[in-house]
Design a protein around this ligand. Structure first.
Ligand code: FAD
Length: 442
């Protein structure tokens, strides 16, 4: 009798909606944490923040996390595009409406509101209220105002950029074998120019080199002696690496047949050429531009204090200057801790994200600290550079060549954000090794 009464009461409570109200009440007690972006910094906050303390809401025009260190490999088909991205909805939001496929337009720090614009329909704009806001919107490629770069060059920041580069490369190769292509057309179409000798420019060159060496003659035999790559850098390539490793990379790259390292700067990019500062014109079929970072329009629009590079200035708790205490944080490429110049890398952004989530979870009271665990770069031909500090030691680990390449691949494999990616990437590597790169264009 008692039992029946109990279950009747329970049914009545459920149907009256009281249980629902109770659940909503606990959800409304949680603070609204809005995270802008799904890059290295933001994704790390999303993964590690305690959902019992916050309603975690993400606003980003990119609905996936991108493992940028392997992006260059997708431009030539060593890896497939989907093998290095992780859909953000796999992170299991408490409520489906907590991911916004939208861009942040502006922030009102006094009213604690964020203005968003839908990525699906740009006419849709709306406001969201936050208790805490994390800004991790990254940066865009810097053109340094060089004429023609925006219109004629390719950038390498997003998976869509890698896809555009792959399409253009294949189109150029196909056009070059068509009957109406003169010898002069062939030379131009098969000439790839890379501007910028930082890790991205060098690694892209390395992937193109591997493609030319391992697959090009199989696919476009007659053209193998025409194809060329020129890497233009105003100073020395891989400037952030140790001198000996840099020299090794320079020697290795300049010894490559059909590869040229050019120390110069670019004055203009036209649809079919690059014009150097001394007026020399280099005719080419495509230009890939990778010369540093510039702020996004959203970051420019914000009225918070910024440095000369237009990065938001924070204290060493990642709190943006001149915003109400503990409400607005910034991390990664779009921000700089006051008087502390950290490199714009995934390593920094990811560590900041991890630290910030601990701080937000009230498990960290010490300010953010950073000790670099080193750098890796692939230079092609199963050869890489390792410039690392050994853990718990003052000594450095400086490796070059094949051993370093093994380390490069293993390090990235362990850092991939999910088991799905950790399975997919080695599968692609194996596929490429046994069957060659996929040159389909779609
Ligand atoms: C090809 C390549 C290779 C690299 N290799 C390495 C490497 O080997 N090691 C290393 O340490 N670093 C590497 N980097 C650098 C590293 O990727 C960046 O430093 C890192 O991505 C910065 O992280 P972030 O979170 O600041 O920004 P990002 O990762 O760029 O993410 C920014 C996010 O903000 C979103 N966003 C943009 N605008 C808005 C808006 N208005 N509202 C909301 N969201 C917005 C974007 O869609 C994106 O999701 C590489 C970069 C590239 C391009």
């Amino acid at each position: 009798m008692n039992c029946r009464l109990q279950s009747k009461l329970l049914r009545q409570v459920c149907s009256s909606g009281l249980l629902h109200v109770t659940r909503n009440a606990s959800s409304s007690q949680r603070k609204n944490l809005i995270i802008l972006g799904t890059g290295w910094g933001s994704y790390s906050v999303l993964r590690n923040t305690d959902r019992n303390l916050y309603n975690v809401i993400v606003v980003s025009p990119r609905n996936h996390f991108l493992f940028t260190p392997l992006l260059c490999s997708t431009t030539v088909g060593t890896l497939e595009f989907r093998s290095i991205i992780e859909p953000v909805r796999n992170r299991h939001f408490r409520r489906s409406k907590d991911y916004h496929f939208a861009s942040a337009v502006n922030v009102d720090p006094q009213r604690k509101t964020l203005l968003c614009k839908s990525e699906v329909d740009e006419s849709i704009q709306y406001e969201l209220e936050y208790d805490k806001l994390v800004i991790g919107v990254g940066a865009v490629s810097n053109t340094f105002g060089v004429p023609g770069v925006m219109e004629n060059a390719y950038f390498l920041k997003e998976i869509s950029d890698a896809r555009k580069i792959r399409t253009r490369m294949i189109n150029n190769f196909e056009l070059a074998v068509q009957p109406k292509s003169s010898e002069e057309d062939k030379e131009r179409l098969l000439h790839i120019v890379i501007v910028g000798g930082g890790p991205t420019g060098v690694e892209f060159g390395a992937e193109v080199y591997d493609f030319l060496k391992e697959d090009f003659s199989r696919l476009y035999g007659s053209l193998k002696n025409v194809v060329r790559v020129t890497l233009i850098e105003a100073n020395h390539i891989l400037g952030s690496f140790d001198q000996r490793l840099r020299d090794y990379a320079e020697r290795k790259i300049s010894r490559r047949k059909q590869f040229e390292l050019l120390q110069s700067s670019v004055r203009e990019v036209t649809p079919n050429s690059v014009i150097l500062s001394d007026g020399k014109e280099i005719r080419c079929g495509m230009v890939v531009w990778s010369t540093g970072l510039a702020p996004r329009n959203f970051t420019r629009r914000l009225t918070f204090p910024k440095n000369k590079q237009h990065q938001l200035i924070t204290d060493d708790y990642l709190r943006v200057h001149e915003t109400p205490q503990d409400t607005v944080y910034a991390l990664g490429d779009c921000a700089q801790i006051e008087n502390w110049h950290l490199p714009s890398t995934a390593q920094v952004a990811e560590r900041q994200g991890r630290w910030l989530s601990k701080y937000l979870n009230r498990k960290e009271t010490e300010a953010f600290q950073f000790k670099s665990s080193g750098m890796l770069a692939y230079v092609g031909g199963y050869s890489a550079l390792t410039d690392m500090k050994l853990p718990h030691s003052e000594s450095d680990l400086k490796l070059k060549g094949f051993h370093s390449w093994v380390l490069w691949r293993s390090a990235y494999l362990t850092q991939l954000g999910s088991w799905r990616l950790r399975m997919q990437v080695p599968f692609d590597w194996m596929k490429t090794f046994f069957f060659g790169r996929d040159s389909s264009q779609f």
